[in-house]
Design a protein around this ligand. Structure first.
Ligand SMILES: [Zn+2]
Length: 235
């Protein structure tokens, strides 16, 4: 058992499992969320993979994104924001994997995964990952891989150590993000035809866009689709 899994197990033992949204003690069969909150989760429609809010937001910036899905809407003031905040900052890699499986089983009801041959999480600079203990996007990617049987890798795309994205304007974020990512060994991925990029939350789409651009540039002819647990509601 790794240290991070031990820490998560200890948290479960010391603090009886509670719903991350409403705080109610969970009963048998419930995981991370009570059934009531689960039913009220602000789900996003996955009816269309190429004509939905996330796809429009990315395509508006001239991205070449094949398909796009997101599980739920994210509003910082909503109690459901705790789903993302707990998974990301609450030492809960297992919860990230759970959300990844959830995202995958919902998306798998359509043809979303058809033709996708590699899952690539949005990378995090090494020092940031060491500080947090895990990269939430990697954990979500593993959850999707568990549910679909598709391979995932943290080797394809890397992040350079860079200043934090918070407190930057949208254009600064785009500029910052475009310089942050790179493919260390692009030739290793020449046989890959369709990559699924995975992140926890999409806000402006600048991060996904920067990653997709680097992948398109480095691997000729590859398709890129995206999946995220949440999509920030724009005011
Ligand atoms: Zn609840």
């Amino acid at each position: 058992m790794t240290f991070r899994n031990l820490r998560e197990t200890l948290l479960d033992v010391l603090f009886p499992a509670q719903c991350v949204v409403c705080g109610r003690t969970l009963v048998s069969g419930e995981r991370y969320m009570c059934l009531h909150c689960d039913a009220a989760l602000p789900r996003l429609s996955m009816r269309s993979m190429t004509d939905n809010e996330i796809h429009r937001r990315l395509m508006a910036k001239d991205a070449e994104i094949d398909r796009a899905v997101s599980l739920m809407a994210y509003r910082r003031e909503s109690p459901f924001a705790r789903v993302i905040q707990t998974a990301k900052y609450g030492h809960r890699p297992g919860m990230c994997r759970h959300l990844g499986r959830r995202l995958a089983t919902t998306a798998a009801k359509s043809v979303f995964f058809d033709g996708i041959d590699l899952i690539v999480p949005v990378p995090m600079p090494v020092l940031k990952k060491l500080r947090r203990g895990y990269n939430q996007s990697e954990e979500i990617a593993q959850g999707i891989a568990d549910a679909t049987g598709l391979p995932w890798t943290d080797d394809c795309l890397r992040a350079r150590l860079h200043s934090t994205q918070t407190r930057k304007s949208a254009s600064e974020r785009l500029d910052n993000a475009s310089r942050t990512y790179y493919l260390p060994h692009p030739d290793d991925w020449n046989d890959v035809r369709h990559i699924l990029l995975v992140d926890d939350v999409i806000t402006t789409g600048a991060t996904m866009l920067a990653c997709a651009r680097h992948i398109h540039r480095a691997i000729p002819g590859v398709k890129v689709s995206v999946a995220s647990v949440a999509l920030t509601a724009l005011a």
